[in-house]
Design a protein. Structure first.
Length: 241
């Protein structure tokens, strides 16, 4: 049974249909490639965001609510992501009073500035903070990045305390150094105001030393050398030696 051959017009219509179908398939493939690329890009950005060693918090500039936070910031804050997303940064992670935000209200530039970060349980950490404004689709965000310098500040305080203690000790040493006028007979020392002080009193006043009194062998012999009790005691000590 002979099949009816298609006319020229029918063949032309079929070609148009095939071309249309191929175009749809190609379009679908293009969309799939773009979606895969977007997914990979999003995954890359999320991994990068959570891998940064600095804490990063993203705040909606209009509502002052936190819209995103990375793992480092959560660790510093001692909070979970569920407990911080959607919360206002005011008095939550920043001690600034309401209406006195350094960025939004006071127009300050925060660039490697020393600030305080509020942590869970009312704790406070000293941070070095930078804030940048990012505009996306007619919406503004504050990108807050910071590092914890609490331990560094504590080390600086300890260093300043040590320097102060050493300076005070050095002043005392300087007081007992140099040329000090002393009486050749009674051994009193003349201070910078011209007063003569007992040797023990002078040293105790200008140092942390204190005295207990006794007699050296030479002075003991000089004072009690002619006393029988002293002579007997001295002879006993020599036998023991």
């Amino acid at each position: 049974m002979d099949s009816k051959k298609p006319t020229y017009e029918e063949l032309e219509q079929r070609i148009v249909e095939l071309e249309s179908r191929e175009g749809i398939t190609e379009c679908r493939n293009t969309v799939r490639v773009l979606l895969d690329a977007t997914t990979r890009s999003t995954l890359f950005m999320e991994t990068l965001f959570d891998s940064i060693l600095s804490g990063v918090i993203v705040v909606d500039a209009e509502t002052r609510k936190i819209v995103d936070v990375n793992s480092t910031a959560l660790e510093m804050l001692g909070r979970s992501k569920e407990n911080i997303i959607g919360k206002e940064c005011h008095n939550f992670i920043c001690p600034a009073e309401h209406g006195k935000c350094p960025i939004a209200d006071l127009g300050q530039t925060v660039d490697r500035s020393e600030r305080i970060l509020l942590t869970v349980g009312g704790g406070k950490r000293t941070i070095l903070k930078t804030v940048k404004t990012l505009n996306i689709a007619d919406k503004s965000y504050y990108i807050e990045s910071f590092i914890d310098i609490t331990d560094l500040k504590e080390a600086e305080r300890e260093r300043e305390k040590l320097i102060t203690e050493l300076s005070e000790a050095l002043e005392k040493v300087k007081t007992l150094s140099g040329l000090m006028p002393i009486c050749a007979k009674c051994k009193k020392i003349r201070d910078d105001k011209g007063y003569w002080n007992n040797l023990e009193s002078y040293i105790e006043k200008y140092s942390e030393a204190s005295f207990s009194h006794g007699l050296c062998p030479e002075c003991s012999d000089e004072m009690y050398g002619d006393q029988q009790w002293y002579i007997k005691g001295r002879e006993k000590r020599k036998k023991k030696e």
